[in-house]
Design a protein around this ligand. Sequence first.
Ligand SMILES: [Ca+2]
Length: 694
Amino acid sequence: MISEQSTGFPGYNSIIERDKATIGRLLKDNGYSTAWFGKDHNVPAFQASQNGPFDQWPTGMGFEYFYGFVGGDANQWQPNLFRNTTQIYPFEGKAPGSWNLVTAMADDAIGYMTRIHQTNPAKPLFIKYAPGATHAPHHPTKECVDKIHEMHLFDDGYEKLRERIFANQKKLGVIARDAKLEPWPADLITPWDQLSPEAKKLFIRQVEVFAAYAAYSDYEIGRVIQQFDDLGKLDNTLVIYINGDNGTSAEGGPLGTPNEVAFFNGLNKLPVEVQSKFYDVWGTDQTYNHMSAGWSWAFDTPFSWFKQNASRLGGVNQNMVVSWPARIKDKGGLRQQFVHVIDVVPTILQAAGLRAPEGVDGIAQKSIEGTSFAYTFDSKHAKAPSRHQTQYFEMFSQWALYNEGWLQSTKVNRAPWEAFGPANPDPLNNQVLELYDLKRDFSQATDLAAKNPQKVKEMKAAFIAEAKKYQVFPLDASVAARIVAPRPNITAGRNTFVYTHPMVGLLQGDSPGLLNTSYSVSAEITVPASGAEGMMLTSGGRFGGYGFYLKNSRPVWLWNMVDLERLKWEGAEPLSPGQHNVEFDFVYQGKGAGTLAVNNFSGFGGPGTGSLKVDGKVVATKTMPKTLPMTLQWDESFDIGSDTLTGVNDADYQPPFRFTGTLNKLTIKLDRPQLSAADTKSLEAAMRSKAISE
Ligand SMILES: [Ca+2]
């Protein structure tokens, strides 16, 4: 379970316990060099800072080397990039568009494997390679975008694309000959021919950038595999290529977005005319972009629904390609056995001739729950029955149970972009249950529940048994509420933060949060005779955040409202040389995050008034009609004395924008709203009346 959706319950708390050693650890203990490249969404957000501990980082879990980003996604042009546990900035000072993580991580992996090979050719090697692609933001090179654009693959829209993919899948024989395609979900996604010409033009641009991103990433993975070949290692290398960890994402909403940070602050339907301003820069470092969910639906053909829909094959079914020239002779062969991602580790162990250990570091290990799929490698077993017979699925309390060809699924009751509504209070029972026979119904198109009530009952009981066994309970259907739910955090219980030295790279989960609260930020500085400029404090970046800086010796506080609007408080006069106190005070007028305790968002994103003061005198005052409710740009850090990665206001400065005065002391004070007893009473009453009316 990822940290941003973790709960306090075992199995869902985002912590990998020491009784479940990773495949990296198991292989390292058996003489392998082990490395992890790319995405690491397994570090709990509250352990992602330099404060550690680092036992949930790749290098703390048996991977000897890590080069990648920590978190769910990253700006590929300016990522929050780590080598092992140290943040690095190899792109700093490079021209925009000339450095990209997709290429850089391939280069780094090639360098690593070559180094290991040349140092000790006999040593076996294991690499986990997880590019940010094709998760948002879609950041391919211009060259790839131009190439895809010239192909005109998407000009006739998403329904036609879906039909073409479906026909092609049948021709290739990768789906069943009698697979069915469900009708287009016109109530959810506007049919192509009803879109305005402007919307069509924008959507085509969105998907061309996405396709270019997929092609770009695919090419770079090819370079890594080519290097294995060039080192003479490919013949006896098992390559497991899984093209994603879920179905295509609809987290851009029906219209797509130039900025996913806006999406996660509740702006999930940005009008086409607003988005079109980003048309020319779509996919460059000026966007944190995602595409219209119409394309996502098409890319999940022949299935329906998206990432996050755990009860639909469009959410969970992925292609996998396995290669091992020395062992697998059925080159190009096709397998359709049911296989789950938890089968990968047992398959690797079997391929390596290893057994899972009973203990690691003296800690008894839990049994590994997957089933090796090595039995499918030989062509004589091409049609063998699947050995993985039962599997549960669950996400945000949409759940499913697979059992020997049958699939029980909860009917989808929420599109992924509808994240802010009330949560299903009884997600085990308050569901419409569907039943599919996947042996005859490849694409989960025909619901047999009404004809088989007994089977539905049995499958539900089986789901409950699996859910008990694998720590799925208690089910929790909340989505947005879970993002902002309180978690362990090194700032918990602290209201005053003092900094006397420059410091960069503190990730969001461990930094003081200024959302939904009153706060003051006070900087004691010395301005030299020649004047000063630069960043005193910033968090977030180009796609959402704040900055407190001097520009031509004039103090500025700036709120970047997800790149759609910038609110600026600025002193009219430059600061004179010498000592000054520059302060920003913000009085928040909402009830604050406490309303979440009664499952209510009314305390979030409220208005407030900010005052910029110099030596105690107010120099600028402005009221914000609303504030960011949920999150700053998550892949940017909290920096003091300079600004890493992107800046919050390109019009004023370029990072790193080091502070050229002396920052003697910076103090942040939080004054979080407290709910009165009367507030709590009225919120609870509102919740009860809502529950009754539902
Ligand atoms: Ca920044």
